[in-house]
Design a binder for this molecule. Sequence first.
Ligand SMILES: *[C@@H]1O[C@H](CO)[C@@H](O)[C@H](O)[C@H]1NC(C)=O
Ligand SMILES: *[C@@H]1O[C@H](CO)[C@@H](O)[C@H](O)[C@H]1NC(C)=O
Ligand SMILES: *[C@@H]1O[C@H](CO)[C@@H](O)[C@H](O)[C@H]1NC(C)=O
Ligand SMILES: *[C@@H]1O[C@H](CO)[C@@H](O)[C@H](O)[C@H]1NC(C)=O
Ligand SMILES: *[C@@H]1O[C@H](CO)[C@@H](O)[C@H](O)[C@H]1NC(C)=O
Ligand SMILES: *[C@@H]1O[C@H](CO)[C@@H](O)[C@H](O)[C@H]1NC(C)=O
Ligand SMILES: *[C@@H]1O[C@H](CO)[C@@H](O)[C@H](O)[C@H]1NC(C)=O
Ligand SMILES: *[C@@H]1O[C@H](CO)[C@@H](O)[C@H](O)[C@H]1NC(C)=O
Ligand SMILES: *[C@@H]1O[C@H](CO)[C@@H](O)[C@H](O)[C@H]1NC(C)=O
Length: 611
Amino acid sequence: MNPVCFKFIQTIMFTVCLVMQLVYGEQEEIKCIEKEREALLQFKATIMDPYGMLSSWTTADCCQWEGIRCSNLTGHILMLDLHGEETVYELAFRFHYVVTSQRYISGEINKSLMELQQLNYLNLSFNYFPHKQIPEFIASLSNLRYLDLSYSGFSRKIPSQFGSLFHLKYLNLASNSLEGPIPRHLENLSKLQHLDLSGNSFEGSIPSQLGNLSNLQELYLGGYESSLKIDDGNHVGDPWLSNLVSLTHLYLWYMPSLNSSQNWLQMIAKLPKLRELGLFGCGLSDHFILSLRSAKFNFSTSLSHFYLSGNAFMSSTIFQWVSNITSNLIELDLSDNILLEGSASNHFGIVMNSLEHLDLSYNIFKGEVLKSFSNICSLHSLYMNRNSLTEDLSSILHNFSVGCVRHSLQELHLADNQITGYLPDLSVFSSLKKLYLDENRLSGKIPEGSRFPSQLKLLSIRSNSLEGGVPKSFGSTCTLELLDLSYNKLSEELPVIFNHLSECSTLQKNSLQELNLADNQITGYLPDLSVFSSLKALYLDENRLSGKIPEGSRLPSQLKLLSIRSNSLEGGVPKSFGSTCTLEWLDLSYNKLSEELPVIFNHLSECSRLR
Ligand SMILES: *[C@@H]1O[C@H](CO)[C@@H](O)[C@H](O)[C@H]1NC(C)=O
Ligand SMILES: *[C@@H]1O[C@H](CO)[C@@H](O)[C@H](O)[C@H]1NC(C)=O
Ligand SMILES: *[C@@H]1O[C@H](CO)[C@@H](O)[C@H](O)[C@H]1NC(C)=O
Ligand SMILES: *[C@@H]1O[C@H](CO)[C@@H](O)[C@H](O)[C@H]1NC(C)=O
Ligand SMILES: *[C@@H]1O[C@H](CO)[C@@H](O)[C@H](O)[C@H]1NC(C)=O
Ligand SMILES: *[C@@H]1O[C@H](CO)[C@@H](O)[C@H](O)[C@H]1NC(C)=O
Ligand SMILES: *[C@@H]1O[C@H](CO)[C@@H](O)[C@H](O)[C@H]1NC(C)=O
Ligand SMILES: *[C@@H]1O[C@H](CO)[C@@H](O)[C@H](O)[C@H]1NC(C)=O
Ligand SMILES: *[C@@H]1O[C@H](CO)[C@@H](O)[C@H](O)[C@H]1NC(C)=O
């Protein structure tokens, strides 16, 4: 062939090829490697998959399968993410839960996965492999960086071979049924940043070799079923805990032996980057704190979240101690110490000038304790539910509001005490958004002048002995989204109550989404509700409503739930009910309805005809 002609043809060929590449896009797109595809199919063969998590695992290119990520350079599988999902019951309304998600795989985990030698991410969390040992072959996946086998029912020991996963940065085996000692081989995982072994049944001492993990940032150990001990530095002469210099999160659960030695705490106090420390149910007591006094130490200034829930502190010594050894706390949890009482000093409030969340629930504090927090100008939320507050609500709130906290407080939980008195004016707490007063002994009428904080979103006073109706002033808090006055002794007529609550509606600013007036002695009939344009759930069960529902009574246009069980309603259901097409739940049981059923159904069926 003429060389010029050849060159010409070559150029044309090249151009054609180039054009084809442009037209067909990534022509050289990496496809999955056949051996790895076979390994996955072998794995699938012994897996039970009731939710179809592997249903896309049929096509030729396994890189496109759900849960798989391949290298775009080599085609090797790099990620296998087959995490399940916990059964989550989510609140549709305050008392109605729906299952929002659940999925898992179970069965046999086939060794064939060993074929995936480039794998660096494996997530099998939230699946169901009860009574199975963690497969030893996982230790041969030597490129793993992330391994998550949490919440999956695995039992028996951690395979000792795990010591060879040298590249591992993240290891999560939490909330299984693993037992035996924590293997010291984990010391070999020198790149580990995140280690979660909590919620298992491990026993023995935490191996001091873990002190070698100098890159560790988060460490979670212990659990209700475990009986782990920390080797006290003094006895072994090895302050291993203080070697974990990168640690930012340390959570220890149920290690009752901690209250009998102290050096471990001094080791923790030396950790320069520690931000979150949780010592849950570790038997720590006043005696323990007092025995520390001779040892002078402060926690690192980085410590911001301190959880001491479920211990055995009994007096205000704990407040003193915390304010002596920390200075920058944002969150302090002293809940569930059961016999804890007393009062903090003013000094506590002055030192804790960055504290935002304080949880003192499930103790036996009196109302006077609140006063000692009144000068914490950063406080956003205070949990005092399930304590021994027996005082008058006005007195408690008055004393609490003397300081700057009245401008910062957003959430106040006072449910489940024995607080007496009436509901006072709450407007001094200018930032308050949520107030819980359920299960107390509030009584009498709500005074006409009681005003709410201007940003209040939630007020719950369930299970008290309130009488009368609701003051007009309630209706002018246009931010209110949830109002729960159920299980009281309100006896006003329903149309009057709704009238008082509707002021914002006339301004078209109503945000009320959920209103619970169940279990009172409310009388009257069911009026037109259509002004409550945002209302989604209305509970009126167990009251004294009577008579026919007027034909013109319309429901809020977005209403999803209406429950008027156990009243004395008569007649039928107005036609207007049928045109609220958002309605999902209507309970009119235990009334005196006497209309013919076909007529009721006919009235309720308008939306069906529209759809
Ligand atoms: C491969 O994927 C990574 C991340 O997905 C991307 O940043 C990179 O540019 C890709 N490389 C090629 C050659 O496509
Ligand atoms: C793994 O798969 C192979 C081939 O399908 C099978 O012979 C073997 O029994 C399986 N192993 C387990 C532990 O399921
Ligand atoms: C594994 O999946 C769970 C559930 O989605 C997720 O919470 C977790 O962070 C994942 N683990 C890793 C290492 O990404
Ligand atoms: C890991 O550490 C143990 C001691 O804790 C040691 O005996 C072993 O040789 C190390 N290497 C491997 C691969 O486990
Ligand atoms: C752990 O640290 C000790 C010294 O503290 C050292 O002798 C030992 O070799 C380290 N182990 C590993 C696996 O790095
Ligand atoms: C530690 O707690 C145990 C169990 O509550 C108790 O018997 C023991 O006296 C406590 N020790 C100290 C030093 O407080
Ligand atoms: C707190 O510090 C003060 C002053 O140093 C000291 O008198 C007190 O005993 C300390 N309290 C506790 C519980 O550590
Ligand atoms: C910590 O130590 C320093 C110096 O010993 C001391 O001034 C300070 O009051 C201590 N307490 C806190 C909470 O920082
Ligand atoms: C409020 O403060 C007054 C005056 O100090 C006191 O008598 C009263 O007992 C306090 N009330 C509560 C609930 O702490």
